[in-house]
Design a protein around this ligand. Sequence first.
Ligand code: ZN
Length: 298
Amino acid sequence: MASLFPSPTSSYRGRLAPSPTGYLHVGHARTFWTAWQRARDAKGALVMRMEDLDPDRSRAEYAQAAMEDLRWLGIRWHEGPDKGGPYAPYVQSQRRPVYLAAWRQLLDGGFIYPCRCSRKDLATALSAPHESAPGKQEQQDDEPMYPGTCRPAQPAVFSASEPNGINWRFRVPDGEAIEFNDLNLGPQRFVAGRDFGDFVVWRRDDVPSYQLACVADDAAMRITEVVRGADLLKSTARQILLNRALGFANPAWFHCRLIVDQHGRRLAKRHDALSLRALRQRGLTPLNILSADLPTEM
Ligand SMILES: [Zn+2]
């Protein structure tokens, strides 16, 4: 494959970051293909990072299947769980020290506070208008507005040696507009405290949140451009705040439009009929999958 994907000769570093909670579907295929193309066009490096932090939903067989499906599509990467590399390990469940260091830095800087709300407390406090949205589990960007129950009146530095057993939330600067230019979707703007509230950086079940792990890894792995689905646009605003608090440089962003099913709903991993596995079994080729004219959300 050397001729198709040569060794990097530029400083561009992109990544593929599947979460192994189900089989990849045609929407993932399009996004990962875009990430691969952009890395290849930039003569850069592409990193495979397995985002398996959710202990209840992640499975080793899905991680294997994701890499196999992406290889079948024709996608290749320079660094990853199967290849090693200078920033190993490339499996998030093996990178706890990286995330703990970031958590400590946020703690010492007075950016986070402990939240003892139970899931039930939050459900009661929130109207949760998106409760029945299809594909909810799939969307990592649906963190509801936190009502502020545990937020201290003033920012404060808490002392703790370990995050164990409670949620830790990032205190967002209420009213501040977070703006960025997306390389695919153009200028974006979200207002802290209105479009999103204080978000979790460390979960009560003792794993870092998606937001924290993502920025800590993108910084540690020297990622220069993030290609991912448009469902994560609002998460990008949160991650800009985290990068600023942690002193990390922002990467560039390229968010891909989401593919929808015939009812206009976002694809989720439960859309088994549109999984790459099922399409392949039905005899479709990578070219069929990548060139089909599929409806998108925006
Ligand atoms: Zn709370």
